[in-house]
Design a protein around this ligand. Sequence first.
Ligand code: HEM
Length: 511
Amino acid sequence: MVFETLLGFELPALAIVAVALVVILVVSSWASPPANIPPFPARPYPILGHLVYLSKDARDVVMNWTKQTGEIFSLYMGTTLVVVLSSYDLMKDVLVKQANIYSDRPILGLLPVLPRINGIVSTSGTLWKENRTVVLSILRQFGMGKNVMAEKIEEEVHAYLDEVEKMDGKPADLKDLTGRAVSNVICSCVLGKRFDYNDAYYRKFLKMFDDSIEASSAATLHVWFPQVKYLPGDFFKTKLLLKNEDAFDKFIEEMIQKVDDEDAEGINKNSIVAHYLKEMREKREKGIPTEMSEEGLWRVITDLMTAGTETTTTTIRWFYIYMIHNQQVQRKVHEEIDENVGSGRNPKITDRPRMPYLNAAIMETQRIASILPFGLFHRCTEETTLRGYTIPKDTLIMPHLDAVLLSEKIWGDPLNFRPERFIGPQGNLLNPEQLAPFSMGRRLCLGEALAKAELFLFLAHVMHRYQVAPESPDSLPTFDSVLGISMAPAAHNIRLVRRDGAMDHSDDHDK
Ligand code: HEM
């Protein structure tokens, strides 16, 4: 591989490589930008472009640029041109109305050298379409009739509550426990089974998953400067990333094999793995052209784990923080649950339409926390014009979701936590289309329905049974965030304190 070959270089040769890279970067950054592209909000620096401005408080910086420059502007991330979409109308025009040219993903950083990128998140074209369609249709089947999806989530919620109960109202950081529960829901959908939280195999899996995410975060420089992969040593974590990807893939392969073997006895028929393999084999047998493959399935699974675990966990954690800071909202949520569920049974997915206020509080958390402030990048597949500007082919498109979810024009008081904004005059739930934490268009989050069901069931159960309280009355959690896959709350402790009269779920799991 390229990396190993480079390791064998003598120092002068390395110096030549390094100098050559710098020269290439300088020359490419001096080339004048394409004509008539959207304006820059600030002058780009050589080589680093606008990354210099974004190294600190990127979220505030981009929001200020939106206020100064308007709904569309250009940035250079390193030497890569990115066009930022900073209003709801523009995002809709681009991602929905012109979806045919704005729905591909860019191939950034290390993606070209990764062994497999044939899943969903980073794929484009017919392979993306086929994988997405298959997984969506499986998830839809899970959500219909008997609602297998809700059953899987409820099973997990009970295991989660059993662990919370053991904490006995004492302060704890719920990050790991919530993450374990949420990723178990994905395991349950993907593999057809959940794991005990102490299962050694599951712990190993989570550890590898965390290592893989950590290595990707450590290797972010590759996104804008893929050239660093040619440098010797592993200062930019290239080799670590590839090693972890490889190990994780092997692990997933083993897991699939296990599920496939067990499924011969029909054990895991309600799993994405079983459905995917069945569909793939049927297509092959019938001679229907397909790009589905066993290896593609590994990547689909990794994509679902990556996209579905931290996002939902982070939203649940923000909800707890907002409940602590907004006691009157918490009181109303409790009242609504008491009225509609009472103390004689557990909440159910069918309670969802009867609980507009809890739904509104969840929606308001998704809006104000705006956990993916910059969305995911899209790629423009042909030269086109937008708002009178030229958008060159292959330009990266950044849906600036913060500009929608925190827009003064749309929400009036975007920085206030006010679930009432989603409650209509008759007490009904309003569903404004501008509430777009899952983005929009053809790349709309594939896990939206699953995430919404999870958020409702986890939070309805927790709120049914507990009061969300700070570690101590004078130590409220802050709104500080850390950037991982999403904007997650900084480490903090809270207490989940048993409400008077709340029923004991552990004795009554299937009521
Ligand atoms: C609160 C939780 C979640 C939020 C806020 C969220 C948000 C998003 C956003 C903003 C995108 C990018 C859409 C675009 O490119 O324009 C996305 C993509 C995606 N999400 Fe989610 N997501 C959540 C949960 C989930 C879950 C639970 C799953 C797994 C089942 C999931 C799977 C995916 C996948 C596979 C994609 C890529 C779709 C594609 O490229 O076609 N997400 N999500």
